[in-house]
Design a protein around this ligand. Structure first.
Ligand SMILES: [Cu+2]
Length: 101
C-alpha cells in the first residue's frame, strides 16, 4: 500500500508544470529511491522527498543535498546534459540514476 502510494505520488508529480520544463519527484522510503531511474531534460527540476524514518542524502559529483532529515525535501535543477549515478553516502546500498536526454 505504502509502495503503491509512493509510486502514484511520483507519477502525479512527474506531470509537467510548464511547457518545456517538468518537475520530477523521487520518494526516499524503505531505504531506497523510487523511482530508481528518472529520465529528465536539461532545465527540469527534481525533488527528492525523504519519507523514511532515517536521515538520507543525495550525492554525486557536483550534486550534494546535504543530510535530509525525515520529512525534508530537496529540489535540484538539471543544468547540464549529462547522465549520472548517485547514492546516499550514509547508506551506499541506496543508489539511483538520473538520465538526462
Ligand atoms: Cu540513506
Amino acid at each position: 500500500m505504502k509502495t503503491a502510494f509512493a509510486t502514484l505520488f511520483a507519477a502525479l508529480c512527474a506531470l509537467p508544470l510548464a511547457a518545456g520544463a517538468a518537475e520530477h519527484h523521487v520518494v526516499i522510503d524503505g531505504m531506497k529511491f523510487t523511482p530508481q531511474v528518472v529520465q529528465v531534460k536539461k532545465g527540469d527540476a527534481i525533488v527528492w522527498e525523504n519519507r523514511d524514518m532515517f536521515v538520507h542524502n543525495v550525492a554525486a559529483d557536483g550534486v550534494k543535498s546535504g543530510d535530509l532529515a525525515p520529512g525534508k525535501t530537496w529540489r535540484w535543477v538539471v543544468r547540464a546534459k549529462m547522465s549520472f549515478d548517485y547514492l546516499c553516502t550514509l547508506h551506499p546500498v541506496m543508489k539511483g540514476r538520473i538520465e538526462v536526454k
